[in-house]
Unconditional design. Structure first.
Length: 109
């Protein structure tokens, strides 16, 4: 199935089960779907990580790694769902959402 249809098939009743990402915007503040627990640990975690080229990291300076770790530490699943919701559902610009998050979290002014 096309990955873009993973919620459509559920909503239309064309499927009883769909593979999704726990960070999907559709799951933010929603009781519409039931997420099944992977109690056997069969599905590997898809943790969020930041990736930068060596050039960018070098230009950012020696505190770059620590800064990324600090920002990443606050990106909990509910926070990621909310940010994704602003982009995917509310159609806000990703750069605007990211900037607002960084300001609200006190990382930038």
């Amino acid at each position: 199935m096309d990955i873009g249809l993973r919620y459509t098939v559920l909503d239309k009743g064309d499927a009883d089960l769909s593979i999704l990402f726990t960070s999907d915007a559709q799951l933010a503040n929603s009781n519409k779907y039931t997420i099944l627990e992977d109690d056997k640990g069969l599905i590997p975690s898809g943790n969020v990580i930041f990736i930068a080229s060596k050039k960018v990291a070098d230009q950012a300076g020696p505190d770059f790694g620590a800064t990324i770790q600090k920002v990443q530490g606050n990106l909990t699943l509910p926070v990621i769902q909310e940010l994704n919701s602003r982009v995917d559902i509310d159609k806000q610009e990703p750069s605007k959402v990211a900037h607002e998050y960084l300001v609200q979290s006190g990382y930038i002014k």
